[in-house]
Design a protein around this ligand. Structure first.
Ligand code: SF4
Length: 380
């Protein structure tokens, strides 16, 4: 018998404006209808529950509300997710409920309502402390609002705060990455995520790059910024526990860890993905189409796939290589050791006991290194 799902993701797709690089499942709307959003999420949740397709465990490990900008919704609608999912499911001692927020809409009142509802972790999209860089991205907050948001979270008893920063901005977007890292450290938050900017099709950034109005940085600067941050955060006591994530002891994200270790998760909302019992499925991406389909029939499935054993194995390897836990090369059978030794000789990996973990330099080449392993596994 397959155990019940212990991790739930809920997507809140609304943003006041679309950032220049963003290709997420976002609905641009400055004052979204939170009541309808909650009703649709409830309908999808009840329909999943009744179908028995994705049985939830009696006690959850994590709930993650991502976006979009969840803080744009009336805070009571976020807090109401506790009743929808079931407060009894949130009683495990280490239960983690994260909600994402943007500083301009994360007020003290929002923080208090989320905390009262049961949320215990906030992930803030800060991205930079440089006002020009923030404007270039299309962000709506100021550096001062970023600092206030952290204070409001703490004042409401939400001390478990994570902040996101973006590196690898185009040439000519003048910002000091070093200063951004120092300011993030000054906040004293227990968790920091760093994301390298990528050019996604259909975004304003993509158009700017293809029309020559923006030039992405050379690999060298991208690499230098990542390695500089990895070293600075490690020196400050943060554990670099995953390619993009750094945490003070005891503050690694449980939700992300669950996904990286192949645990089941249920995704609700437009564009949300789910994984359970070797099967992955995902929802219609467009908010309007998703909402209408759920209102009509209870679900808005966009697609589904069953993973073959080979796909599952590769995915496990790729996910494990993302983390500081790494892989046990012996588990993967013959032919893998020479590859791993080669990585170590190039400074891309190191051995801790039986585990091989990538170094920050190795994480920069994560996809290439996974392909090297895949080639070995394919030949067998
Ligand atoms: S706030 Fe986040 S989700 Fe919304 S447009 Fe910007 S990057 Fe995308």
């Amino acid at each position: 018998m397959t155990a019940g799902i212990t991790n739930v993701y809920v997507h809140a797709p609304f943003c006041a404006r679309r950032c220049c690089y963003c290709d997420f499942a976002v609905q641009v709307d400055r004052s979204p209808d939170g009541r309808r959003w909650l009703d649709v999420i409830r309908r999808e949740f009840e329909s999943m529950r009744d179908s028995g397709e994705a049985p939830l465990a009696e006690v959850l490990d994590t709930l993650y509300v991502g976006g979009g900008t969840p803080s744009l919704l009336d805070a009571r609608h976020i807090a109401a997710l506790a009743d929808l999912i079931g407060r009894g499911r949130m009683r495990s001692p280490g239960f983690e409920w994260t909600v994402e927020a943007n500083p301009e809409s994360f007020t003290g009142e929002v923080a208090r309502q989320w905390k009262a509802g049961g949320a215990n972790r906030v992930s803030l999209g800060l991205q930079s402390f440089d006002p020009r860089a923030l404007r270039w991205m299309g962000r709506l907050h100021s550096p001062g609002q970023a600092r206030s948001a952290v204070q409001e979270a703490r004042a409401a008893g939400l001390a478990n705060v994570s902040v996101d920063l973006i590196f690898g901005l185009p040439d000519g977007v003048s910002r000091s990455w070093r200063e951004d890292i120092e300011r993030a450290l000054d906040l004293g938050v227990p968790h920091i995520s760093l994301y390298g900017l990528t050019v996604e099709k259909g975004t304003n950034l993509c158009r700017a790059v293809s029309q020559g109005r923006a030039r992405m940085p050379a690999d060298r600067r991208y690499r230098e910024e990542y390695l500089f941050a990895a070293e600075a955060l490690a020196d400050a006591g943060y554990d670099h526990y995953e390619v993009s994530n750094f945490a003070l002891p005891g503050f690694a994200s449980r939700h992300n860890r669950a996904c990286w270790t192949g645990a089941s998760y249920l995704g609700l909302g437009n564009g949300a993905h789910s994984y359970h019992a070797g099967r992955r499925w995902w929802n219609e991406r467009d908010w309007g189409t998703y909402a209408e389909r759920v209102e009509r029939s209870g679900n808005a499935r966009g697609g589904t796939e069953a993973l073959t054993p080979e796909q599952s194995c590769l995915e496990r390897v790729w996910l494990a290589l993302r983390t500081a836990d790494g892989i046990d090369a012996a588990d993967l059978g013959p032919g893998v050791s020479p590859v791993v030794h080669d990585w170590m000789s190039r400074g891309l990996a190191r051995q801790t006991g039986v585990r091989t973990r990538l170094t920050p330099a190795g994480w920069l080449l994560l996809d290439d290194l996974t392909l090297e392993l895949e080639a070995v596994l394919d030949r067998r």
